[in-house]
Ligand binder design. Structure first.
Ligand code: PLP
Length: 357
């Protein structure tokens, strides 16, 4: 029977290959290990499948945002890999899971002092978001005794503007990070995200933390994407109808057929992460050709003008995301970034993971 829901294909081999290429790149910069950001369910692609595929490729360091994500990941990864929780968590909350908290404040440090546990120490060098402020980091440098009774596995910071190589914030953050590290007790350090791995040797560290590039998002916006594509989303045409010129389509009657038209209705809407801001702006793909979306994106349905595509009939698939229409391109059409397109992907698609090994 024809598909009645969308099919989301996730290429685990491509994710593993992307990780290996970033590891080679980091080594070429003079850096050390490369971990993986698998927060937000591996950017919407399914951490329970993605993280083991990365572990099989050699990845040993995983970053999640929340405690619950780390707890869910531990059984999938087994006891060895490091699972670091960026938002932190209170001592004891991880039960026996052996998660590693990122300490983001003097209060976090006090809470974990004397526990004997492995921790990460996060310094804010320019985001004013999480991490020790420069003043708090200076105070800790002057008196590092609160760090007694725990093992700082990595001192980390996060780049605000890594996707803009010309932005002076990058060098500013690198300089602040180096200055603070030099005054704190010696520890390995963790610096670059995906885009940071394309900024050169000043951004190498003991442990890079790429996320988006693993999933095929371009870490070098404005330049050709060096990563392998990972995601393909195809949705079935439920109905095709012929309408005379002047017929409105969809909510708000926002699009009115300028000529006699064929309209294909597909099974994906904003509840599936096909963002409503794509209304009237997106393209789908069929047989390597662009198919324009017309009218508003509804909760469960979207409409495409297939007047020039007579081969499209009920049961045909229209590709919403794929090599010819990447998550970055869909994001551009929606006025957002590829990260949001991926993390918004809904739960109603049939998910197909491809993995050869
Ligand atoms: C999300 C995140 C990353 C990964 O960033 P990408 O831009 O997806 O590579 C790295 N470090 C921190 C602290 C993050 O929050």
């Amino acid at each position: 029977m024809a598909e009645t829901s969308g099919v989301l294909t996730i290429d685990l081999d491509a994710i593993a290959a992307n990780w290996a290429s970033l590891r080679a790149r980091h080594a070429g910069m003079g850096g050390g290990e490369v971990g993986a950001a698998v927060k937000a369910d591996a950017y919407g692609l399914g951490a329970a499948r993605v993280a083991p595929a990365l572990a099989a490729a050699g990845c040993r360091h995983f970053f999640v945002a929340q405690l619950s994500e780390g707890m869910a990941l531990r059984p999938a990864l087994g006891p060895e890999p490091m699972i670091m929780v960026l938002n932190g968590f209170p001592p004891g909350a991880d039960e026996e899971a052996g998660l590693i908290p990122v300490l983001n404040s003097p209060g976090d440090i006090a809470a974990w002092s004397g526990t004997g546990r492995d921790v990460l120490l996060h310094l804010d060098t320019g985001m004013a978001r999480l991490g020790l402020t420069p003043a708090e980091a200076e105070a800790l440098a002057a008196d590092p005794s609160p760090l007694k009774g725990m093992r700082v596995r990595y001192v980390m910071t996060h780049l605000a503007c890594a996707d803009e190589p010309q932005n002076p914030m990058n060098a500013t953050q690198a300089a602040r990070f180096a200055a603070l590290r030099a005054r704190l007790p010696t520890a390995p350090f963790s610096f670059a995200n995906s885009a940071g791995l394309f900024l050169g040797r000043d951004f190498a560290s003991s442990l890079a933390r790429p996320g988006c590039a693993l999933y095929g998002i371009n870490p070098t916006p404005g330049r050709p994407n060096p990563m392998r594509p990972v995601v393909r989303l195809s949705v079935p045409v439920l109905q095709v109808r012929d309408i005379p010129a002047g017929t409105p389509v969809g909510y708000g009657a926002s699009w009115v057929a300028p000529r006699p038209s064929r309209i294909a209705t597909v099974a994906a809407g904003y509840a599936d992460g096909y963002l409503r801001s794509l209304s009237g702006r997106a393209i789908g793909r069929h047989n390597w050709q662009d198919v324009p979306l017309v009218g508003r994106v509804s909760m469960d349905l979207s409409t495409f003008d297939v007047t020039d595509h007579p081969a499209i009939t009920p049961g045909s698939m229209i590709e919403l995301i794929g090599p010819g229409n990447s998550a970055d391109e869909v994001a551009l059409q929606a006025g957002t970034i590829g990260y949001e397109v991926l993390t918004a992907l809904g739960t109603r698609y049939r998910r197909a993971y491809t993995q050869t090994a």
